[in-house]
Write a protein that binds this ligand. Sequence first.
Ligand SMILES: [Zn+2]
Ligand SMILES: [Zn+2]
Length: 156
Amino acid sequence: MTTQFEGGCACGAVRYRLESEPMFVHCCHCHDCQRQTGSAFVLNALIETNRVTILQGEVKRSPMPTDSGRPHGIDRCTVCGTAVWSEYGGVAPLRFVRVGTLDRPEALPPTVHIYTRSKLPWITLPAAVPAFEAYYDAKTLWPAASLERRKALFAK
Ligand SMILES: [Zn+2]
Ligand SMILES: [Zn+2]
């Protein structure tokens, strides 16, 4: 089984590798994600920052306004501006990697759909994947191995 995943920005200046499977994959249908991507939803692979290796290029952080007032920064290629990942809530050890920037985005399908209350009406969600009107409780949904990884992340 493949456990490493490579990706990059649109111009090719930024290349990165995920050193393992992510802990979980969010498909977020919230209005902020729609606006920030210009699309119907965002796909975020949640993974430890120290498992994201930048192979080449540089990213620059764009601060995003949030309703909660908690910080959200999007890291973008300094050349073409493609968003490659986010840091939410000032949690530096955790990255939300944009699955669409992977070379094989099909390798990481969503494991949860969130904020479906603002999902665009023409999207039909698969019955087999959990979906929530707003956020969800990771403790009840994540596999044990992912919860262990998350615990280790916040223990530091
Ligand atoms: Zn680029
Ligand atoms: Zn969202």
